[in-house]
Design a protein around this ligand. Structure first.
Ligand code: 3PG
Length: 470
């Protein structure tokens, strides 16, 4: 079956992990799946809707995509794997890759659903990326947890916007006093009139210094600088002039900014040795419906570009994402490959050794009662952040922060939170307000997936996208 005069299907083709990209698509369309596969391969590589007088052998042999696997669910829907040769791409330009494979194809009018579950990025393409400047190990060093290897604890000052710099810094101070490592701006707070960025920054730095004298801990601040590029650069320059790379992490709304802008800012922050906090606000706006891309794909891009700590969801909090999907995102942050090749949705891919592991961030609807479950999913290499779960505590911000600290202490001692709460009133109060998420449920789900992945793969092949947990 051809599309635009050519056939891109070669079911015998074996992709080369060093030089081929592999993309796993889910699709449902008005055309037969075989034709859709051809259309996707054509539009995302060298072809178009009709035969080209300008096509030649070099283009066809060297640069075309190849459909090498189709997992049919019905005549018009199913999973498709397409391989793309590295020569097809501008290897110094991730946005160009995005425009090819995650670009025009999404607009083809016959498509009713198109979802990219995963992309495997070949080693020779990864080589030109630097990865994180600090990464997991560097962030641990910054906070002082290389030895204990405990999870990091953070908060987002609430209300999201509206507080003056002094009010904001006072909430931050109380959070540090309660023992939190990190305080961060919300994704929608940058430089509003009522809370100018520079003023807030200066107040928070004072709060950190004051708190450190009392807690003996090292505290950090994720400062949101998302804006047009020139203003972001001014802010990073200012942070550098103030010598703040041990106290401040640069926070970016990375999805909203786009890959090329993020890359530009990372070149500067890397030079100044600042870590980057990646917030994924906006991702769901484009990727929750019938058309979209799995966050796992962006996580790979961000890891190549050099984000040091990245929001990946919680699996138990207020944001979407099944526990198992979130577990995968966490694993992808801290390992060189997904250890468990379970089930649909993951392609084999290994990061190059220079692409450092990064710290995952569990944030969104978190409180002390969810810490056990989050660690069951994320492991201990994670930063657990609670906004309302700290500032909504009936004892106020300091006690809210203490409740989070106690929950993490409990995990480190191997004691379940309800047991630890018997002798820790702040934790006990948090559990009374918000309840307890039992990690046993999470372990059960994980165990189920481990045992039943073959069955789950077959189910997905029968049900389609709905049968895939992520
Ligand atoms: C975030 O930045 O992740 C959210 O603002 C989290 O806020 P919450 O802890 O109050 O849900």
């Amino acid at each position: 079956m051809a599309y635009g005069g050519y056939s891109y299907t070669d079911l015998k083709y074996k992709p080369d992990p060093k030089n081929d990209f592999v993309v796993l698509f889910w699709t449902k369309s008005q055309m037969n799946i075989e034709k859709t596969a051809e259309a996707l391969a054509a539009e995302s590589s060298v072809g178009s809707w009709t035969r080209l007088r300008t096509m030649n052998n070099v283009v066809w042999e060297k640069y075309r995509a190849r459909v090498f696997w189709i997992g049919k669910v019905s005549a018009k829907s199913g999973f498709i794997k397409i391989a793309y040769p590295i020569e097809h791409f501008d290897v110094k330009n991730l946005s160009q890759f995005q425009a090819s494979v995650l670009g025009n194809v999404f607009g083809l009018k016959e498509l009713e659903e198109l979802y990219v579950f995963d992309i495997s990025i070949p080693k020779n393409y990864q080589k030109r990326f630097k990865g994180a400047a600090l990464g997991l190990g560097g962030i641990r060093k910054l906070v002082g947890t290389e030895k204990t290897k405990r999870p990091h604890m953070g908060t987002i000052v609430k209300p999201k916007v509206g507080l003056t710099p002094k009010e904001w810094a006072n909430v931050a101070y109380k959070s540090y006093l309660g023992g939190l490592d990190l305080v961060k701006d919300d994704e929608n707070l940058v430089d509003q009139k009522f809370c100018k960025w520079k003023e807030r920054l200066n107040e928070v730095v004072n709060a950190i210094e004051k708190a450190e004298g009392e807690t003996g801990q090292h505290h950090i601040y994720s400062s949101s600088i998302t804006d047009k590029q020139s203003r972001m650069i001014e802010r990073v320059d200012y942070l550098n002039e103030m010598g703040l790379n041990k106290k401040v992490i640069v926070m970016l709304d990375i999805y909203i900014l786009g890959l090329s802008t993020v890359e530009e800012i990372l070149e500067i922050t890397r030079k100044y040795k600042f870590a980057i906090h990646g917030h994924r606000a906006g991702f769901a706006a484009a990727n929750r419906g019938s058309f979209g891309v799995n966050f796992q794909v962006y996580e790979k891009f961000y890891r190549l570009l050099g984000i040091d700590q990245l929001h990946v969801g919680t699996g138990v909090g207020k944001m979407e994402g099944s526990p198992l999907a979130i577990k995968r995102l966490h694993e992808l942050a801290e390992n060189f490959s997904l250890k468990e090749k379970l089930y649909f949705g993951s392609l084999e891919m290994e990061f190059e050794k220079n692409i450092k592991p990064i710290l995952s961030i569990a944030s969104g609807g978190v409180d002390a009662g969810k810490v056990d479950a989050i660690i069951a999913l994320h492991g201990k290499n994670t930063n657990i952040q609670a906004g309302a779960g700290v500032h909504g505590h009936s004892g106020g911000t300091v006690k809210g922060a203490i409740s989070m600290k106690q929950a993490v202490e409990a995990v480190m001692k191997g004691v379940a939170a309800p047991e630890y709460a018997k002798t820790h009133p702040e934790l006990s109060q948090a559990l009374k307000i918000w309840g307890y998420s039992d990690p046993k449920e999470i372990y059960k789900e994980i165990e189920y997936e481990r045992k039943n992945y073959k069955k789950m793969t077959l189910e997905a092949l029968k049900k389609g996208r709905a049968g895939v947990i992520f």
